[in-house]
Design a protein around this ligand. Structure first.
Ligand code: RIB
Ligand code: CA
Length: 320
């Protein structure tokens, strides 16, 4: 399969591992011909940042990148709201379904936000893609501290939001944007090009037993890790919804970066509800342009799911 990508992209993955975050990181590291992963930055989200940072270090160990891929720990709570985690989904460890080792090396000493500001301030214009797959607290804090870094960001490709689909944190809000809606408002108001992989896309590329089997069959360590994580996600959905399929969230952002031709959507205006008593964190998408508000995002709602899973299998095969 030709994943049409004209040049290797420099990316930073900002995440809250998290079972699906871990799959996304491994997919990115397996796509080394397309993606140069400069660093992983972690944030409080699915589980507290002390755990997300540990899990990011564990994932890089599995990929054999301990010595070459820095992990920076970031914000421990949302900009203004109380922390809200998803340990009921991902387990207290954040990587339910896996046996975890002690990380082979520690996180870097610098705070993730300080590293993002320093790195982006020195980068050439439009040269770094940020793949944001947790609450947007780190990204918003960096933008507040150093607005000039916008010039160095090629685009932000993020997992978050819901429009055609209902929410998963509340009836109307998706988890990442619900945890820190104030951060999301800052990012969506930043004029940085944004591509959104919302629940609308995730639900259209579900994890199923048939899609786990080829990954399990690869037989390498990372293939078994990804299959174990997908099985754990599936098991949660069977318990919670009685359905043997589950939305594929974070890895779709990496799939988009590797081969955007597998995805479809529309340029729209998105605003974030930051005050609603019942609608906090909702993404209000002007799908038909009726408001006349400025276009600020590409909203992805279509995905060639079979081709994505073929890609996932192909890239995981490149890992230990
Ligand atoms: O709503 C799904 C998102 O919330 C994913 O990023 C998942 O990891 C959780 O953080
Ligand atoms: Ca996540």
């Amino acid at each position: 399969m030709d994943h049409s990508n004209t040049s290797r992209q420099t990316i930073v993955i900002d995440c809250d591992p998290g079972q699906d975050d871990a799959i996304a990181i491994l997919l990115a590291l397996g796509a080394h011909e397309a993606l140069d992963v400069r660093a992983i930055t972690t944030v409080s989200g699915n589980v507290p940042v002390e755990i997300t940072q540990r899990n990011a270090c564990i994932v890089r160990d599995w990929a054999g990148k301990t010595a070459t891929l820095p992990v920076y720990a970031g914000c421990s709570r949302p900009l203004a709201r109380e922390p809200f985690t998803a340990a009921d989904v991902h387990g207290e460890s954040g990587l339910e379904g896996l046996e975890l080792h002690e990380p082979l090396a520690p996180v870097a000493g610098q705070h993730a936000v300080d590293w993002l500001v320093e790195m982006l301030s020195a980068a050439v214009p439009a040269s770094v893609t940020i793949c944001a797959i947790g609450p947007l607290t780190n990204i918003a804090t960096a933008l507040l501290q150093a607005p000039q870094i916008c010039a160095s960001v090629r685009e932000i490709v993020l997992m978050g939001g819901a429009y055609f689909q209902r929410g998963n944190a509340t009836p109307v809000a998706e988890f990442n944007l619900y945890v820190d809606p104030d951060a999301a408002e800052i990012v969506f108001s930043s004029d940085v090009p944004i591509v959104v992989l919302p629940r609308d896309a995730a639900v259209n590329a579900p994890i199923t037993p048939a899609r786990i089997a080829p990954i399990r069959a690869i037989g390498n360590r990372c293939g078994n890790v990804v299959a174990d994580l997908m099985e754990a996600i599936l098991a949660f959905n069977v318990r919670r919804r009685g359905l043997a399929e589950a939305p594929m969230y974070d890895p779709l952002t990496i799939g988009y970066l590797i081969d955007p031709s597998l995805f479809g959507g529309r340029a729209v205006n998105v605003v974030i509800e930051t005050a609603g008593k019942w609608t906090l964190g909702e993404t209000v998408v002007d799908w038909t342009g009726r408001t006349g508000r400025t276009i600020n995002a590409k909203w992805i709602n279509e995905v060639d799911a079979d081709s994505f899973y073929t890609m996932l299998c192909e890239k995981i095969r490149n890992l230990p």
